[in-house]
Design a protein around this ligand. Structure first.
Ligand code: AMP
Ligand code: GLY
Length: 423
């Protein structure tokens, strides 16, 4: 089989790494990939968002399966375009991906189907939104409807911040048309967790739970990022909690979509809050998480390609998906200035020593080859150093040991990934 993976971050490196282990696969392409992915896939110099070019490539090379990593091409309808041209693709259709592409669509679906979520109202008029914010008081949450590069959610603890968020989105148009409408919602309190599943729109197969770290600095300080590390399993997410999440949130979402004529095929990623009054849905993403994939995928015992094919072909119920009981920890090494900005072109040292360790995989998130052929930084998140072991403690120790071999000027990372988590 020939497989094309679309995307070029740590998530895609983990997917390519696992797909390369499948005996079914003869050739793997990755568009655009990165310098680390080049070790196990042929790089295709096409952006993850240039759907017509990707389709022309997949047709020309007779690609048997295309796996889409990032949300943007899914929301733009890559799955529909590929399917319409007879190409097999893993990832939800444009309609299904609206769960992530439009918070208004997602919340209204929750409401229509009585899926537990924070109480909310939708506004396109700034005056009306401000009036509602004043009436509800703080804390309150303001969300831009569309994709806003992870910056479209403001959890406001004072009125000024809330009103400013409304103004930024609806008046100043900081997020462009993604902020044409806003969701103003109740602020939930509790433990946040997420659950990712494979689904073919009928069967649901949960992945092992993973926790990510969104803040840039230790003790959850500093700005929000794409994710600075992750670990799996998550003691907080017991089998009971996971089953409840499937029964009360994930299953109802999949069924709600199907009842409205939308079949969800791919990864469904539910962001949840465990509150005093039960589990509530915060948001839905239509893809694998990053960096969570870097700890989940190494724990998958089954052939990933079998799972992906079964999902695309509505026969997920037929495959056995098994997971290793070992723990995995991923530490993200980021560039100076991340997340506000990122230096690029800085030489990265020590990759061989880190990669040579047993039970370690150094996934590349943002790297390229410099003019002299050496690996250099090429993004905010540069590497995801992942290790596994018999316990979270052992995996953590190994991940930090591997990370200690790597150096580049301005390298920053959190020292507290999976610290103090008892299994
Ligand atoms: P979202 O993209 O909707 O998940 O929002 C990003 C982050 O904002 C979440 O991971 C939560 O930490 C926080 N958040 C979103 N909605 C709420 C809410 N209703 N109450 C409290 N925190 C929230
Ligand atoms: N790690 C969070 C995400 O993938 O959205």
């Amino acid at each position: 089989m020939k497989v094309l993976v679309v995307g070029g971050g740590g998530r895609e490196h983990a997917l390519v790494w696992k797909i390369a282990q499948s005996p079914k696969v003869d050739r793997i392409y990755c568009a655009p990939g990165n310098a680390g992915i080049a070790a196990c896939a042929e790089l295709v110099p096409l952006s993850a968002e240039s759907i017509p070019d990707l389709m022309a490539f997949a047709q020309r090379e007779a690609v048997d399966l295309t796996v889409v990593g990032p949300e943007a091409p899914l929301i733009a309808g890559i799955a529909d375009e590929f399917a319409a041209n007879g190409l097999r693709v893993f990832g939800p259709s444009r309609q299904a991906a609206r769960l992530e592409g439009s918070k208004v669509f997602c919340k209204n679906l929750f409401r229509r189907h009585r899926i537990p979520t924070a109480d909310y109202q939708v506004f396109d008029c700034p005056k009306e939104a401000a009036k509602y914010v004043r009436a509800r008081g703080v804390p309150i949450v303001i969300k831009a409807d569309g994709l806003a590069k992870g910056k479209g959610v403001v959890v406001a603890h004072d009125l000024d911040t809330a009103l400013e968020a409304v103004d930024d989105m609806l008046v100043k148009k900081t997020f462009g048309s993604a902020g044409d409408r806003v969701v103003v919602e109740e602020c939930l309190v509790g433990h946040e967790l997420s659950l990712k599943v494979f689904t073919d729109g009928e069967s649901i197969v949960p992945m092992e739970p993973a926790r990510d770290y969104k803040r840039a600095h230790d003790r959850d300080e500093g700005p929000n990022t794409g994710g600075m590390g992750a670990y799996s399993p998550v003691p907080l997410v017991s089998r009971d909690v996971a089953n409840t999440a499937i029964r009360t949130v994930v299953r109802p979402i999949v069924d709600a979509l199907r009842s409205e004529g939308i079949r969800y095929r791919g990864v469904l990623y539910a962001g949840l809050m465990l509150t005093n009054s039960g589990l509530k849905a915060l948001e839905v993403n239509c893809r694998f998480g990053d960096p969570e994939t870097q700890v989940i995928i190494p724990r998958l015992g089954s052939d990933l390609v079998d799972v992906l094919l079964a999902t695309c072909e509505d026969r997920l119920a037929e495959v056995v998906v098994d997971w290793s009981s070992r723990a995995a920890v991923c530490v993200v090494l980021a560039s100076r200035g991340y997340p506000a900005s990122a230096e690029t072109g800085i030489p990265v040292h020590g990759l061989e020593a880190a990669g040579a360790m047993d039970d370690v995989a150094v996934f590349h998130a943002g790297t390229s080859r410099g003019t002299d052929g050496a690996i250099v930084t090429d993004g905010g998140r540069v590497l995801g150093v992942t290790a596994w072991g018999d316990s979270l403690g052992a995996a953590r120790k190994r991940a930090y040991e591997a990370a200690s071999h790597v150096q580049f000027d301005g390298m920053q990372y959190r020292k507290d990934i999976a610290a103090g988590v008892t299994q």
